[in-house]
Design a protein around this ligand. Sequence first.
Ligand code: HEM
Length: 526
Amino acid sequence: MLRRSLINVGSHVNRRQQKRLQRSAAFNNSNNNGDVHGRDASSATVMGAGNKQKTMDDLGGPTFMTTLYWLFVKGYFQTTQQMQIEHSKIYGPLWKSKYGPLVVVNVASAELIEQVLRQEGRHPIRTDMPHWRSYRELRNQAHGPLTEMGAKWQRIRSILNPRMLKPKHVSSYSDTINEVVTDFIKRLDWLRATSGQGVMINDLAGELYKFAFEGISSVLFETRMGCMNEVVPEETHKFIYSVGEMFRLSQIIVLFPKSTWPYMPFWKQFVAAWDHLFKVADKLVQKKIEEIQEKVDLDQNVEGAYLTHLLLSDQMTVTEILGSITELLLAGVDTTSNTISWSLYHLAKEPEIQEQLYQEVIHVCPGDKVPTSEDTALMPNLKAIIKETLRLYPVVPGNARIVAENEIMVGDHLFPKKTLFHLCHYAVSYDDSIFPNPHAFLPQRWLRGPEEKFKLHPFGSVPFGFGIRACLGRRVAELEMYLLLSRLIKHFEVRPDPAGTAVKPITRTLLCPAKPINLQFLDRRV
Ligand code: HEM
């Protein structure tokens, strides 16, 4: 019925638009089979009154001044994730926001997000990161997966994907990560004894940042950086500081036109931060090349993980490897550490869920057995806890980098090529028609038995993105989170800080805790 009405409407649009509309109808029909989501899907496709094709001009939304008012007078500057929810209440699931000359189309329903993502082509476009790209051009460095585009991007991904995403390769990083987990637990013991009156871990997110940095470096560079030492080495400290500076300055630099950058003190600091990152990464790569060369000279077997594979496979130049591996490292730290922080924060508040997880872990890994990737595959509660954490705290709360490659139909609006979409994942996470009781931490909603009637919308929570441009580090991130969380819960009972108050999320490009998370870690065996 819906399809027929669209085809009739199609007589008022050209043939290509008509085809798109039909495809869009097929979307809705498949989405609404059995009324899975209980939403009014007709709003997504039916043409407007008067049968005129709706376009960007017909879309509501705040003016630039209104947006500024929301950000700086109403105070949503650091809680733009919450602004998504408020704006979707006012304007519906699709609205436009103006930032000076820039127009961004906000998409805040699972159906419409699905439509945008499913219409991506062979080379999905993200807004280029002009400041990151400019640095690379200035220093003749190579682009990595985050900053590259088109066929060159596809080539990089085809080289980087297998060892990052294929389960058999990813599980081979288990031992490396488990060594870091062991050292992290020792570090927690030391922190509790020296600065936590025997129980407290203060600023857990800061400690988990060091864990994630050490974990991903040991996979990528096959080198330990010393973040789990009682005293973190000066060089590593400076590297971590440079990462922070580069992200901090990035937010400032993009506010200014590119032509002014060379005259800005910020730009010089930004370049200096990148210089340091590339210098350290280069040193690690050169060290690995020497190690490989030594083994080759001695006729020994060369074995290694990610970097060794890239160097030996000869598919990329050393400069290209450096460009990619540095970007992987930058993408893989705060994302993972914030997710683990939030999951522990909730487990501390929910003793029953924590106990259930503990029972699951000791059932699969009794006694002193250290969980491996095969073991965590048998722990549905563990996976559900991570999924629920990523629903409540999508690390990328609004993906503002989706650029339409071609003209695109979203809902009942036709958008021109190059439209910039902001996918409001955070708003959808709290949509009670998709996730009943959305503010509650309920991992069980992800444990679907055959008898269960309620089926979650596949685009209700897409924390790692979707399709060929989705997160490159997803499998490694999951491995790190599963191995760490299962072992922590096996060792410790985690409890809230008796003097603590609620910690809310804020957006600093990524969704982060607004203040330090302090928790009690009690020995289970005491
Ligand atoms: C909980 C942890 C993580 C989350 C939630 C996460 C989420 C995401 C999201 C939402 C994207 C954007 C997808 C898109 O543009 O459509 C992304 C991209 C990316 N992520 Fe992750 N990520 C995580 C961990 C990691 C790790 C550990 C690494 C590195 C080992 C990594 C490397 C990347 C890279 C390189 C991209 C860019 C891919 C491209 O544009 O081709 N991420 N991630």
